[in-house]
Design a binder for this molecule. Sequence first.
Ligand code: ATP
Ligand code: MG
Length: 418
Amino acid sequence: MAIYKAPRGTHDIYGRIALGLEKLDEYARTVFKKHNFKEIKTPMFEDAALFTRSIGEATDIVEKEMYLFQDKKGRNLALRPEGTASLVRAYIEHRLDMEEPVGKFFYCGDMFRYERPQAGRYRQFLQMGAEYLGNPNPNADVEIILLAKEILSKLNITDVVIHINSLGCDKCRPVFRQKLVEYFSSIQDLCDDCKRRLEKNPLRLLDCKIDSRKFQNVPAMQQCLCQECNEHFNKVQQLLKTVDCSYVIDDKLVRGLDYYTRTVFEVRSSAVGSHDAICAGGRYDNLVKELGGQQIPSVGFALGSERVLLAAEKTNFFDNIKTNDIVFVAVADEFLFDKAFAFANDLLINKNNICSKLNLPEKITVEGPLYNKSLKAQFKLADKIGAKKVVILGNDELVKNQVVVKDMQTQQQELISL
Ligand code: ATP
Ligand code: MG
């Protein structure tokens, strides 16, 4: 019986899920690099005010979900709940806008949110995200959407629905806000959160997961968009059509972070549950300035790695993860152990092309030798770990500089001179 358990909402990653995450990471990196996105690693904790300021005070993340703490010097810090704020902070701090006309960055790492744990919802979870800074044009929005889609399609997750909406800009959003306040004020028995947010942040009411009854004939942002925002949104849709990327317009999509402007999107998969997105993002034209930088219109997305793997359970992704063939080094006599140990090392570094002499591929995983076990027990073990071949070192063979290689599938043995 274990005395300790992982804290509520966290999970240990091992076995096939660890392999799946490694593969997802590899695929995502390939796609990011192909599109010329470069990696940024930021700290797992930051000044808490960075998140309050960027994500917004009247959001679930800031109101309820942040892991806040003070360090020994009394600094107010927070474990990062998302990646964009940190990345933009780093971008401004290191003047990365001076280096390139547009900044394209990606990140991978753990995020922390104090949420009610359930399938695909953890308190520590992994996100991968991309941020495209400095391109105000709709093609950047579409490239970001396509990037996410491309990563998912590498895992054969293609049954996705892309929801898009526009949240307008500083010019037209206040009109929408006012309409929402008027609309929701006339609705009885709003939930407590909604009542509180009605004045501060009425857009959040569209995101309420408690009560969807109140959404009959709710005003839509699209009817309030100014001409520029309208043109931008139309162009995004036109480009999506040009590249044959299907989407649905979703009036209720507002996202849980306040920094978004214009385009927002979510990628949903029926494999994960109809409400939960596996990937989400949008444009944030004012965030860099808001955090002390220049006016640098930007757009990005983040995907939840655990949720992506949940969706991948419904595809052949896990079956197709290739691992190296395992070659097991067995030793017939205990006194040959040291020789067998050195032999296993030769295999690992492919000394003098030993792999090809033994008809083994160059990329192999080597296991053994294991001390204190009979040859029979060693074979049993080799079988259990799925070894493809067993190389047996015996005294009679070694004096002639030979080894026996057994194919575990065909059970055939071959005597090979080294
Ligand atoms: P949700 O509506 O499901 O709470 P969100 O809008 O809060 O999601 P984002 O902040 O947009 O999520 O994060 C982007 C992605 O990160 C989500 O689409 C999801 O895949 C993943 N994600 C968010 N919160 C969690 C969590 N607590 N556990 C696991 N994955 C998460
Ligand atoms: Mg959330």
